[in-house]
Design a protein around this ligand. Structure first.
Ligand code: TYM
Length: 328
């Protein structure tokens, strides 16, 4: 059975890009694959400076993952810091990746530029080594992610290939899997930038907890262009193409084909907004219910961590063994 692993950081609220680019693929995949999904709190430490926030964010994110449709009876949902093998294998990964490779990561360049003048942790630089550990620990064949994570999966493959070459076959070489529509949801106010938790304004970002009225307002104000023709052309018409992409992803139809159904931008904005409202409604209902029982969420995460550790500790042992570390 195909093994799937993918993760999300507990930083800020979950948004439409997370849902369409990644989470919906996770939910679909759990029925046909052996699925592992982590809430990567150690990754969030790269930018965390306020005490007492991350634990709550981790728990509420677990409620959102279950609300979106991950089934704890089928998929293994766990918190990264509950599975200590992630930190242990991360060090091995840091010793298998080069300074030059890490320096070429666009995410590090982007994040360190935005944080210029403030504290830039070494963890932000070595982040891809921890991500490689997340993936390789689970012998993942597929990693369902949005487009922005492709480079991180590529470097994971390079690290795994190098390790296997040095120490003998140990790790499965994973592949990134991205959805046909929604792999790169763009900011509604700045359609040349991806929708992100760290967007400069909330107006361009649809959060999964936004009310229907707020969702419609954000879509109605979406930036398009000064023409009038509805055409799918992400380079020349990023705003309109983003709306078509979102509508396509939400309704399961090809974005380019949808363009013919609209002659004006207004109705396209309304249709995209309504499709998203419909998508979010059941998620919001389940999310509110799940948040009511935090003890149950914590229990489910403990079960997930137990299942994850069984797999992760075996892989770590295999890696240490391949290197020839003296057994404890
Ligand atoms: P994170 O937490 O930023 O995002 C979680 C998932 O959402 C996808 N995504 C998007 N997809 C489409 N359009 C967007 N605008 C958009 N924004 C986010 C991301 O591609 C991701 O799939 N480094 C990862 C977390 C991570 C991970 C891993 C992922 C850590 N270890 C191992 C896969 C496997 C991250 O920061 O994702």
């Amino acid at each position: 059975m195909t093994r799937v692993l993918s993760c999300i950081q507990p930083t800020g609220e979950v948004h439409l890009g997370n849902l369409l680019g990644a989470l919906r693929g996770w939910v679909a995949g759990q029925h046909t694959c052996d699925a592992f999904h982590g809430i990567v709190d150690l990754h969030a430490l790269t930018v965390t400076e306020t005490p007492g926030v991350i634990g709550n964010d981790t728990l509420t994110l677990s409620a959102m993952l279950f609300a979106v449709g991950l089934d704890p009876d089928i998929a293994t949902v766990f918190v990264q810091s509950h599975v200590v093998e992630h930190s242990q294998l991360a060090w091995v990964m840091e010793c298998t990746v080069s300074y030059g490779e890490l320096s070429r990561m666009t995410q590090f360049k982007d994040k360190s530029t935005t944080r210029e003048g403030s504290f830039i942790s070494a963890g932000l630089f070595t982040y891809p080594a921890l991500q490689a550990a997340d993936i390789l620990l689970y012998d993942a064949d597929h990693v369902p992610v949005g487009d922005d994570q492709r480079q991180h999966i590529e470097i994971t493959r390079d690290i795994a290939i190098r390790f296997n070459h040095r120490f003998g076959p140990t790790f499965v070489i994973p592949e990134a899997v991205t959805p046909a529509a929604g792999a790169r949801v763009m900011d509604l106010q700045d359609p040349t930038s991806k929708m992100s938790k760290s967007s400069t304004s909330d107006a361009g970002c649809i959060y999964l907890t936004d009310s229907p009225a707020l969702v419609m307002k954000k879509f109605k104000r979406a930036v398009t262009d000064s023409e009038t023709e509805v055409r799918y052309d992400p380079l020349a018409k990023p705003g309109v193409s983003n709306l078509l992409d979102i509508l396509g992803a939400a309704t399961g139809r090809p974005p380019a084909g949808l363009a013919d159904e609209f002659t004006q931008y207004g109705p396209l904005k309304t249709a995209a907004g309504e499709a998203v409202v419909e998508l979010l409604e059941p998620i919001q209902l389940r999310y509110a219910e799940l948040l009511d029982d935090r003890g149950e969420l914590a229990r489910l995460l403990r079960i997930g961590a137990g299942k994850a550790r069984t797999v992760a500790s075996a892989t770590l042992g295999r890696a240490y063994g391949a290197i020839g570390m003296l057994p404890a």
